[in-house]
Structures are given as C-alpha cells and as structure tokens.
Design a protein around this ligand. Structure first.
Ligand code: FES
Length: 206
C-alpha cells in the first residue's frame, strides 16, 4: 500500500525537533496539506508582535504552560509567574520574540502607588521580563537590597525593580524602570488593556 499525502505530511510533522513547535490550531491544516511545510509556532503571523489590547496571558513554563492565567492562579504577594501574551482570536501565543515575555505578580492593592494601581487588575500587575540594562531575563524575586520587600531582581548585574512603584529601579545599574503592561479583567481572566508603556529590552543608545 502506498503512503498517502496525508501520511507523508503527518510523518514530516513527527520530526521530534519540529513537533513541539507546531501550533495545535494549525497543525491539522499545515501538516495535512501535502504542499504545506510544518510551521514553527514562532513563525506564525503575530507571534512576534508586541502584546495587544485584548490579549490573554498564558503560563510560559511549567506543568500549565500554555494555559490562560486567572487571578486565582497567582499567589498573593508573589512570586511572579512568567507569561506570554496570546491572541484569543487566532490562538497565536506571541512567543516569537523574547521581548514579549512578561512577569505577572499579584500584590496587595493598597501597596501599589496610584499609577501602578491604575494599570493593575485586582492587584495583579505585569511588566516586561527583560532587564533594560543589557537585556538579560529577570529571574529572581528576592528581598530588596535596601528594604524588606520582595522585588524583581536581574542577577546579571543585580538590578532590582519594585513592582509596587511601576517597577522603578531600586538598586543596581539599570537606567530606567521596566516597561509596564496594563491589565484588565474580562470574564474572570486577565487581559492586556494596552500596549507596553516604555521601550522593551535594553536601550543601546540613550
Ligand atoms: S542586564 Fe540586568 S542588571 Fe545588567
């Protein structure tokens, strides 16, 4: 019995180096059409666009990677979770650019300054996960060097950012605060209310 186009296309998609990158929603169409190559998730239209108003946030890692984040999934007072924005209309997760990764943390609303509270959803705030010093990912949630509150810390050169105060720099060489991603609540889920405030990533020229 000869292999059908469908079987051949399916076999292509079983290449282990590519399989994990195939978007579920497009897998059928992309892989079952014999003339279409498998499409890496990072290559999908919109995957490298910055977060857009109306996007939902999904877990970037762990057992629940890809699941939509709800406020009750977050531990009050931190630690933050890493997240990707996802277009709910196309189901494209915007992980095509590392600059789209965000840190999401639930804090006591009374602890937030006024501006930060205006961008929060039920005490949940989100910021770019990329340090603005030289672009390392921010990986730590630790007691501030100059206080007793937990803050974001970039361990590359020890910059610290306080998420209660718009992620302003409270220690280290970072030249400016982290870009904030305003949030809203829609039907019990966190959604993006507006694009990043500020330039994401390290600024080469200032
Ligand atoms: S890259 Fe983060 S402190 Fe230097």
């Amino acid at each position: 019995m000869t292999r059908t186009d469908t079987e051949l296309a399916t076999a292509m998609c079983q290449d282990p180096t590519r399989r994990a990158l195939i978007l579920t929603a497009l897998a059928t169409g992309a892989c079952l059409a014999s003339s279409s190559p498998c499409i890496a998730e990072e290559d999908l239209p919109g995957s490298n666009e910055r977060p857009q108003k109306g996007d939902v946030l999904v877990f970037a890692e762990g057992d629940r990677a890809g699941e939509v984040i709800k406020p009750q999934d977050l531990q009050a007072g931190g630690p933050p979770v890493r997240a990707w924005p996802k277009d709910p209309k196309t189901s494209v997760v915007r992980k095509g650019s590392r600059l789209n990764e965000v840190l999401v943390v639930k804090l006591e609303p009374a602890e937030l300054d006024e501006e930060t509270r205006s961008r929060a959803a039920g005490g949940v705030v989100a910021y770019s996960a990329i340090c603005v010093h030289t672009g390392c990912p921010i990986t730590a949630w630790v007691k501030a060097a100059g206080g007793d509150k937990d803050v974001f810390k970039c361990v590359c050169h020890n910059s610290e950012y306080d998420p209660r105060q718009g992620a302003q720099v409270v220690f280290g060489p970072a030249p400016r605060r982290l870009p904030a991603l305003p949030l809203a609540m829609d039907d019990g889920s966190l959604t993006v209310a507006a694009t990043f405030i500020g330039k994401v990533g390290a600024q080469q020229a200032r």
